[in-house]
Design a protein around this ligand. Structure first.
Ligand code: TPP
Ligand code: MG
Length: 741
């Protein structure tokens, strides 16, 4: 009794056999029933997609029994979503729930493809032939069907759906072409339990926030409500209570068991979204058949009676009744559709299970972050033409102004990039009018065309979701996270979503971005932990993500241009970590020496800083100091003192990139002196020095290695911060000891 598959299967055929033949058959072009927007022929086609989806579910369970399949979460009971697909244009990007199989097949059918079921089965058996993820996961996705793949993290795709919708509106306003038609809408489906996730709530709120201000956000939220999330029932009426009257988001509920009504509602709401460019919420009632997944024993948490009652609501049974009663088909025809789909799935499943799998780590990893350094160098050297730059900057170009600190260089580089890349967008909290809390983006919104530098609402998850959405559209987002500490409440958008898209789409979808994050410590007692966060561990282990962390303005400009070029040419997800403490710093050793201010060098081949290439700041033969960002500035000061006071000459090497680390150079500089001290302003545990020392060991470095770090601690307010942040004195003592050892 625990395995409900035979009951659901036989339940359908018994039901159809018992249906009375229609008195007369209607023609394909006749309306399905009075007032229907669907013709009989269209309804039958949708039904066929629904049946095919069902049989893929049944087929997956059979393959699993034979040890051939790896995924049994199905779409059974949710097949009403085929009618939603039918009501959309196949060019409307669709970010799908893991139960939207019938949607996927209906869209394939709309596009005249007959490989939808095979694609799903290839996914289920994890074959490298599978057209979207290439065996890396079972996802609904297809590059030619405007269906980007989604992760299993529920609700995490809603922010990017809003991002795509918002980006589409913004691009239309600016006359920019994107990867989808300018009158497209973005469809995003999800479950009823998922609506409760803060990620979903944040996305709904963001869509409403933008719509409230009259900004275009053509997104259709589709909640496939089966009343349960694994074993936890959604309270009766809860989805409607929370979304039925949300300011700014139109709402319509429909019985997803009725394909005709579902099509009508979806069509009405989609037309509204498309025409008004406003968000809407389609609440589709579904049921869940055969448990959460193949491994789920539903009887543990539901009574058999309740399960059987649900099975009686099978949308295929309801659909069959509708089609037969309205004269669109005979029961025999429907049974024929059903059995031929079963046979086809069996054949395709057998075929799929013989297809190749991924066989090497290299093959698995190939799509993670492909980059072409020559193309990046070329793109990074590109500079807007002189008249455009003059137009952007006014009287004086940045290189005609006096040398400046880090923040000013980022501002200049961003300005040049905005002037030279019409698709580049800069956004975040307070970045526009105020120009950022530290003035890094000052004046950029005034100088760039309206709408290219804009303030977002206060939600880091939305900021990163916007970035993904913009990136997927082919735009070039450069979002700002105001402080590193505030990345952490949103980082899944970066870790789980943005960074995995190329992997799960086998390189067919990209979400390029350059996320600027102000961070690190040493803010002279200001702000406590949340403005001095020095933990970057959460970024460093993300496969493929590029992390730039320069120390001086000239490098900041060069590295930022490289990141934008990598995003543009290779779809890279780049994080640009800015040391707040050095934003305005002009001096290095002595007050007024101006050694930390640099003249602006506009983009050119000679100003290019390749990814993963560090910078040697100082030569010396006794000891190598390795650092970056604030640590580099401190290391240079310490090196100067060590030479002056103790005759110890240090090499000082700036990593500049925390991912990928410049390992060859690191090894070379360490080997040159045979002694290396890693100066790490991040934490002792999980800090960057762990990776640096390990890289040296892996490389076979046999000299002496030491590290100095900040403490494993949150940063306290006031001067107490310096008790746990790495100090110059500590660096100096360790360096001296190592040099003398
Ligand atoms: C963020 C996150 N937490 C937990 C899970 C595990 N999980 C997978 S599906 C699911 C229930 C989702 O229910 P619902 O949104 O109603 O979708 P349904 O499966 O009913 O269609 C849970 C808890 C997950 N995938 N993602
Ligand atoms: Mg549910």
């Amino acid at each position: 009794m625990a395995d409900r598959v035979p009951f659901v299967d036989a339940g359908f055929t018994d039901h159809v056999r018992a249906l009375a033949r229609p008195r007369e058959l209607r023609r394909a072009e006749d309306p399905l029933r009075e007032g229907s927007r669907l013709t009989c022929g269209q309804a039958l086609a949708i039904f066929r997609s629904q049946v095919e989806s069902r049989h893929v579910d049944l087929g997956a369970r059979n393959l699993k029994k034979g040890g051939l399949a790896f995924y049994t979460i199905g779409s059974s009971g949710h097949e009403g979503n085929a009618a939603v697909a039918a009501a959309l244009r196949p060019s409307d990007p669709a970010l799908l729930h893991y139960r939207s199989g019938a949607f996927f097949l209906e869209r394939a059918r709309q596009l005249g493809r007959d490989d939808g079921m095979y694609a799903m089965l290839l996914g289920i058996v994890a074959s490298s032939d599978e057209p979207i993820a290439g065996g890396r996961h079972k996802v609904f996705g297809h590059a030619e069907m405007a269906i980007p793949p989604q992760t299993s993290t529920i609700a995490s795709h809603l922010p990017k759906a809003v991002g795509m919708a918002f980006g589409l509106g913004r691009a239309a306003r600016l006359g920019l072409a994107t990867s989808c038609p300018s009158d497209a809408l973005i469809a995003v489906s999800f479950g009823d339990a998922s609506v409760n996730h803060s990620t979903a709530q944040g996305a709904l709120n963001a869509a409403a926030w933008a719509a409230h201000q009259g900004q275009a956000v053509p997104v259709l939220f589709v909640c496939e409500d089966n009343g349960i999330g694994i074993s936890v029932p959604t309270p009766e009426g809860w989805v409607r209570a929370g979304n039925g009257a949300r300011a700014g988001i139109e709402y319509l509920a429909v019985d997803g068991l009725d394909l005709d009504a579902t099509y009508g509602a979806a069509e009405a709401l989609a037309s509204y979204v498309r025409r008004e460019r406003r968000p809407a919420f389609l609440h589709v009632r579904t049921v869940r058949l055969m448990g959460h997944a193949g491994s789920d024993i539903e009887t543990v948490y539901r009574t058999l009676d309740a399960i059987e009652d649900t099975e009686a609501l099978d949308p295929l049974r309801v659909g069959a009744t509708l089609l037969v009663e309205s004269g669109a088909a005979t029961p025999e025809q429907l049974l024929e559709i059903y059995e031929s789909a079963r046979a086809r799935v069996a054949d395709l499943g057998r075929l799929a299970s013989t297809r190749p799998k991924l066989t090497s780590a290299t093959e698995v990893m190939r799509p993670i972050a492909p980059r072409d350094d020559a193309a990046i160098a070329k793109a990074a050297a590109a500079l807007a033409a002189e008249p455009e730059r003059r137009h952007f900057w006014g009287d004086k170009l940045p290189e005609e102004l006096r040398p400046a600190g880090f923040a000013q260089h980022v501002n200049w580089a961003l300005g040049d990039l905005l002037a030279g890349n019409p698709k580049l967008f800069v956004f975040g909290e307070d970045v526009a009018k105020k120009g950022g809390v530290y003035g890094v983006t000052r004046e950029l919104s005034r100088r760039a065309r309206r709408g290219r530098v804009f303030d977002t609402l206060l939600d880091e998850q939305t900021i990163l979701g916007l970035a993904i959405g913009f990136g997927q559209l082919g735009l070039l987002p450069a979002p700002e996270i105001q402080y590193l500490a505030y990345l952490h409440n949103a980082e899944d958008q970066l870790r789980g979503e943005a960074s995995s898209l190329q992997f799960f789409s086998n390189g067919q979808f990209q979400n390029p971005m350059v996320v600027r994050i102000a961070g690190y410590g040493y803010q002279k007692g200001f702000g406590g932990h949340f403005h001095n966060d020095n933990s970057v561990a959460v970024l460093r282990d993300i496969p493929g993500v590029v992390i730039a962390s320069p120390a001086r303005g000239d490098d900041a400009a060069a590295l930022l241009r490289t990141c934008v070029a990598a995003a543009k040419t290779a779809g890279s997800v780049c994080v640009f970590l800015e040391p707040i403490a050095l934003y305005g710093e002009r001096d290095l050793h002595d007050k007024g020496d101006g050694a930390w201010a640099a003249p602006y060098e506009p983009a050119s081949e000679s100003a290019h800083a390749p990814i993963g290439k560090g910078r040697l700041w100082r030569d010396g033969e006794h000891l190598t100091l390795v650092s970056w960002a604030n640590g580099l500035w401190m290391s240079l000061r310490v090196a100067e003192r060590l030479e002056r006071e103790h005759g110890v000459r240090c090499r000082v090497f700036d990593l500049r990139w925390l991912a990928p680390l410049p390992i060859d150079e690191l090894h070379e500089h360490a080997s040159h002196t045979g002694k290396v001290l890693v100066v790490d302003e991040t934490r002792r545990t999980g800090g960057v020095s762990e990776g640096i020392l390990t890289a040296l060991v892996d490389r076979g470095f046999v000299g002496k290695m030491r590290r100095v770090t900040s403490e494993d601690c949150f940063i306290p307010l006031g001067d107490a911060a310096n008790l746990v942040l790495l100090q110059e004195q500590t660096i100096q003592s360790a360096a001296l000891e190592l040099a003398r050892s």
